[in-house]
Design a protein around this ligand. Structure first.
Ligand code: 0X9
Ligand code: ZN
Length: 324
C-alpha cells in the first residue's frame, strides 16, 4: 500500500465544509453547535443527530469524540462517515432509524483542531500528537489532551511532567482549553440533575482495540467501578469487538495511563466510556497514516459496533442480565 498524503484526508476546513453540507442536506436530523474554541481560536463543533433534532427530548444520549490526537486523521473520517451513514440511513435502514428515533447522538469530529491543522496543512505530515499550546519555560509545544483530564491526573506514572514528552499532562488538571471545552459540553448535558449521556466512544488510531476503564490501574475494579460496572463495560465492549474484529480489553492492559477522557467520563459522570483504536493493527508500518484507499472500509467497519452501543445505551447492565 502507498503511504498517505495529507490530501487523502479531509483537512479541518474541508471537515467543516462537509459537516455544513450534511446539516444543510438533513436539517430535520442534524444540528451543529459550536461548543467552544481551541487554544488558537478554531471552532470546536458538536453535531447532534436525532429525529426532531431541534427538540431536547428525554432520550438516552450517546457521545462520540474524535481526533483528540492530532495525527489520528482517520478518526475524523470516522465522524464524517457516521454523519452520512446515520442521516442518510434514516427511514431506510431499520436499526439506524430506530436509534435516531430513540436516542440522541452527539459527535465531536475534532477535539484538537489546532493539532490537526499543524499536522496536515503544511503539505507534509508532521507526526504531531498534542495540542498546540505553548509551555511556560520550555520551547516544547503542546499538552497531551488524553493525559490532561481531571481524574487521578498524574497519579500513576501514566503521563509525564516534562513539556517535551509526547504524553505531557499539562501544568494542571484540565488545564488545556480543548479539554475544558469538551468537559463543559459533557457537564452541560446534566439536565434536572441527571447526566443524559450514558455511553461514549473516544476514537483514536491505531491498534484495532476496544478499551474500557480504568487506565490508571491494573485492577479490574476500583473506587467507583464495581464488578457489575466492569462486567457491563466488558460485555458490551466484547460484543462490539466481535462485530469489527478488534480486540477488547481493559485500557491498562495496553499500558497505564492517567488523566484520560475514559477514566474521567466513568469516574466523574458515570458514562460508560470506550476508546476505539482504529486501523491498522499494532505493528503495521502504515501507523497513523494509512493510505486514503482504506478509509471507506475502515470507517464502515465500525457501523455495527456503533449501533450495538446505541442499542445498549438505555441500560448497559442488560448486557450482564441485570436490568434495573
Ligand atoms: O495513549 C493514548 O492516549 C491512547 N492510545 S494512542 O495511541 N491513540 O495515543 C490509548 C488510551 C487508552 N488508555 C490506555 N491505554 N490506558
Ligand atoms: Zn490517540
Amino acid at each position: 500500500a502507498k503511504a498517505a498524503a495529507p490530501g487523502d484526508y479531509h483537512s479541518y476546513d474541508e471537515m467543516n465544509t462537509a459537516v455544513d453540507g450534511f446539516v444543510e442536506q438533513y436539517p430535520d436530523l442534524l444540528k451543529k453547535e459550536v461548543i467552544g474554541t481551541s487554544h488558537e481560536g478554531r471552532d470546536i463543533i458538536a453535531v447532534k443527530l436525532s429525529a426532531d433534532v431541534a427538540e431536547d427530548r428525554d432520550k438516552p444520549e450517546v457521545l462520540f469524540t474524535h481526533n483528540m490526537h492530532a495525527r489520528e486523521h482517520l478518526t475524523v473520517e470516522m465522524a464524517l462517515y457516521t454523519l452520512e451513514e446515520f442521516a442518510g440511513g434514516y427511514g431506510t435502514d431499520e436499526r439506524v432509524t430506530k436509534m435516531l428515533d430513540e436516542r440522541e447522538l452527539w459527535i465531536i469530529p475534532s477535539v484538537n483542531p489546532d493539532g490537526k491543522v499543524f499536522d496536515q496543512d503544511s503539505g507534509e505530515f508532521k507526526m504531531w500528537r498534542k495540542n498546540r499550546e505553548p509551555n511556560e519555560g520550555s520551547s516544547a509545544v503542546g499538552t497531551d489532551l488524553n493525559r490532561n483530564w481531571p481524574y487521578e491526573w498524574g497519579c500513576c506514572g501514566g503521563s509525564s511532567d516534562n513539556p517535551s514528552s509526547e504524553t505531557y499532562r499539562g501544568p494542571s488538571a484540565g488545564s488545556a482549553k480543548e479539554t475544558k471545552v469538551v468537559q463543559d459540553f459533557v457537564l452541560s448535558r446534566v439536565v434536572g440533575g441527571e447526566q443524559q449521556i450514558t455511553a461514549h466512544i473516544d476514537f483514536h488510531t491505531y491498534g484495532e482495540l476496544i478499551l474500557w476503564p480504568y487506565g490508571f490501574t491494573y485492577d479490574e475494579t476500583a473506587p467507583g467501578l464495581s464488578q457489575d460496572d466492569r462486567d457491563a463495560h466488558a460485555a458490551v465492549g466484547t460484543t462490539m469487538a466481535d462485530s469489527n474484529g478488534y480486540t477488547a480489553e481493559q485500557s491498562s492492559e495496553l499500558y497505564i495511563t492517567d488523566g484520560t477522557i475514559n477514566d474521567w467520563m466513568w469516574a466523574d459522570q458515570g458514562i460508560f466510556s470506550y476508546t476505539f483504536e482504529m486501523y491498522p493493527g499494532s505493528g503495521s508500518p502504515d501507523g497513523f497514516y494509512p493510505p486514503g484507499s482504506v478509509i471507506d472500509r475502515e470507517t464502515s467497519r465500525n457501523k455495527d459496533a456503533q449501533l450495538i452501543l446505541l442499542e445498549n445505551a438505555d441500560c448497559m447492565y442488560r448486557s450482564i442480565g441485570k436490568e434495573a
